[in-house]
Design a protein around this ligand. Structure first.
Ligand SMILES: [Zn+2]
Length: 238
């Protein structure tokens, strides 16, 4: 997936409305002025710098916008923790998390309920491990036949939680995916897998690449639109 700009290694902090807020800096070759936005997925402040501005100028600009940032940050939707009673989407369908401390069954699904055994303080970790495992299974089940159909070879599949993309592919055949795709409807996961698998043959976004995606996943356009509208909300969970 394309990524505009790159992030510097350092994350400066500014006091905004009396609390410290991390400022994520992005350099953008085509930006003509310093600008600020809020990443609604995680409530981070993103400072975009054009080529001729340095970090110090950018932070000075951000300080002058502290009131605006403070108001915007207050409006960012809260995170949704993996706790008893939380409703989260699983393959696009709402499921309720239920803590069942005495059951010794790990994590399991029955109908629209995800049961989680063990102590309450371990619940977030157990749910997230379980979701990652399900994501891995679902992604592998899609990626391997797709790669075979293109006569391409997947060297490795890694799962992570990147903020700015849903999948990645490199020339060594390493595919990377966000585990959060397991929350999305199956065609959306299938599209992201098709996108990255198609990169095994075409490491670009040429018309030939998009034709390959279309052969693997005819409903690619609807899935892309779903991600544009709803993808950000998946970052609120956990
Ligand atoms: Zn791509």
């Amino acid at each position: 997936m394309p990524r505009d700009g790159e992030t510097s290694g350092l994350t400066p902090t500014l006091l905004i409305g009396g609390r410290p807020v991390d400022i994520r800096i992005r350099r953008h070759g085509r930006a003509s002025r310093i600008s600020l936005r809020i990443d609604l997925r995680d409530g981070a402040v993103v400072l975009v710098l054009p080529p001729d501005a340095d970090e110090r100028q950018g932070l000075a600009f951000a300080r002058t916008k502290a009131d605006w940032l403070s108001a915007r940050l207050a409006a960012v939707p809260a995170r949704i923790p993996f706790a008893d009673g939380t409703v989260l989407p699983l393959a696009g369908e709402p499921h309720t998390l239920r803590h069942t401390p005495l059951a010794r069954r790990g994590v399991w699904v029955e109908g629209g309920t995800v049961f989680v055994s063990g102590q309450a303080e371990h619940m977030p970790r157990r749910v997230s491990d379980w979701l990652k495992q399900r994501a891995r299974e679902a992604i592998c089940a899609e990626a391997l036949p797709m790669a075979a159909a293109l006569d391409a070879k997947v060297a490795r599949i890694a799962l992570g939680d990147p903020r700015s993309r849903w999948g990645s592919c490199n020339s060594r055949g390493h595919l990377g995916f966000s585990w959060r795709l397991v929350l999305a409807p199956p065609p959306v996961l299938r599209y992201v897998v098709a996108h990255e698998v198609a990169h095994l043959r075409q490491l670009n976004h040429s018309p030939a690449f998009w034709r390959l995606v279309g052969t693997l996943m005819p409903e690619a356009q609807q899935a892309r639109e779903w991600l544009k509208c709803h993808g950000g909300a998946l970052h609120r969970y956990g």
